[in-house]
Design a protein around this ligand. Structure first.
Ligand code: FE2
Length: 429
């Protein structure tokens, strides 16, 4: 490979752009490893349910993404670290060849964790070479794919935290991932209703900065007048629903939701346990008494919908949520705050649109009018999941702060509740 001194690889105008991207690359990659630093090698192998991936698998898979979509197509003479990794760490990309079954990621006691870290070092060295030497003719493609790869790694950083929580909650000893803060208990702000006038609005990404393909194209929508709660539903409010027989009365539930309640024996949100005459829950700092002022978390779409019916309200549509959030500065209790747990809402005004808990909407995850997935195998990133899932908005206490925006569409199946998912109510004026 030629060196930059040859003069054909780099030209002055984009040197700083390359350096900035490399710095960003190193920063994002280091966050993943920092998040895993409190773990034992044994923790890193665990898969406690099919939706959970072992931390070791996450660490390898995000590296596989750079190898598959950048190093193999763009770095001349790239040598694979291990040819078996191509299938072991392929998540769901049919266009990228064979893949190890998702539910069997916990079988992978080999390669050992140290080998996965060596794989990461290999990928990082090769990525540095690519970013330094790639020709200007390929730079735009590489810039886009690296940016996508970094946002992909940030998504997996959130999944690392939610999966570690599930892994630790499955241990009889209920270990703490982090030390709890001695934070002062504070009351949640009183609930207010904010009114929004109906009309024709635009939603979807506005073209400034990065977005996923599923946020495009920006398009017009029509909304009726609506109201949105100023903060998410609290644990205290959710306890009232439980006390009112919420989990025993089918009239509040969607048919599929009620079937799930009975089949799964749900009596409370995931991670809640009735103990010593009160509710406790597992957090990333171990077991604690449920704080009634915090937003309720780890509820499914079915539970969010049932709560809303019981309360005489409804869930917001994703367009309503986005209209309310557009123009609101992204700030709040997110991964960067290091709590990995929702906190009580501070008022006055609209609170916690970003961070704390993902907010279930009532919108099915479907393509926007005119949607075109990315070309080639990367088109499998989002588009092929547009069936039977529900959109969530706003990010959580596990989402990196520079990973969320008003147009961001997260999506999960309606029964899923291991993400930091909560409830914001809406109603018709
Ligand atoms: Fe992935």
């Amino acid at each position: 490979m030629s060196s930059p001194a040859d003069g054909q690889w780099l030209n002055e105008p984009d040197v700083s752009e390359r350096q900035a991207l490399l710095a960003q690359y190193k920063l994002v990659r280091s966050v993943s490893e920092n998040l895993c630093s409190p773990l034992l090698a044994e923790d890193c192998c665990m898969q406690t349910m099919p939706d959970v991936s072992p931390p070791k698998w996450h660490l390898a898979h995000v590296s596989w993404f750079f190898e598959t979509f950048l190093l193999k197509p763009f770095l001349p003479g790239y040598g694979e670290f291990d040819p078996y990794f191509a299938a072991l760490f392929n998540s769901y990309y049919e266009g990228a060849g064979a893949m190890h079954p998702r539910a069997q990621r916990g079988f992978l006691s080999r390669p050992p964790l140290e080998e996965v870290y060596r794989y990461r070092r290999h990928i990082d060295l090769q990525m540095e070479a690519l970013l330094t030497h790639v020709g200007d003719d390929q730079w735009r493609d590489v810039l886009f794919r690296v940016t996508l790869g970094l946002h992909h790694e940030q998504q997996h950083q959130e999944l690392l935290l939610t999966d570690i929580k599930h892994i630790f909650a499955s241990q009889p000893l209920r270990p703490a991932y982090r030390t709890a803060e001695n934070s002062e208990a504070s009351s949640a702000a009183p609930l207010e209703w904010h009114e929004y006038p109906g009309g024709i609005y635009e939603i979807g990404h506005d073209g400034e900065g990065f977005c996923y393909d599923n946020e495009t194209p920006r398009h017009r929508i029509y909304l009726e007048d609506f109201r949105l709660a100023s903060r998410p539903v609290t644990n205290g409010e959710y306890l009232e629903f439980i006390a009112a027989g919420g989990y025993r009365r089918p009239e509040y539930w969607l048919s599929e939701g009620w079937r799930t309640v009975r089949e799964q024996g749900w009596k409370a949100p995931l991670y809640w346990q009735f103990k010593d005459d009160g509710w406790q829950y597992m957090t990333l700092s171990g077991m604690h008494v449920v704080d009634e002022q915090e937003p309720v978390c780890h509820v499914s779409y079915y539970e969010a919908d049932a709560f809303a019916r019981w309360a005489g309200r409804r869930l917001p549509g994703e367009a309503e949520w986005e209209m309310a959030a557009s123009g609101v500065t992204v700030s709040g209790n997110m991964q960067d705050a290091g709590r990995y747990h929702p906190i009580s809402a501070r008022g006055p005004g609209m609170a916690q649109l970003y961070g704390d808990v993902w907010e279930w909407t009532r919108s099915p995850y479907v393509a926007y009018p005119g949607f075109q997935p990315l070309a080639g195998t990367l088109g499998e990133y989002n588009g092929k999941f547009m069936c039977n899932q529900i959109v969530l908005r706003g990010g959580s206490c596990a989402t990196p702060i520079n990973h969320i925006r008003a147009s961001y569409r997260n999506f999960f199946y309606p029964a899923d509740r291991w993400q930091f998912s909560g409830i914001r109510l809406a109603d018709d004026r």
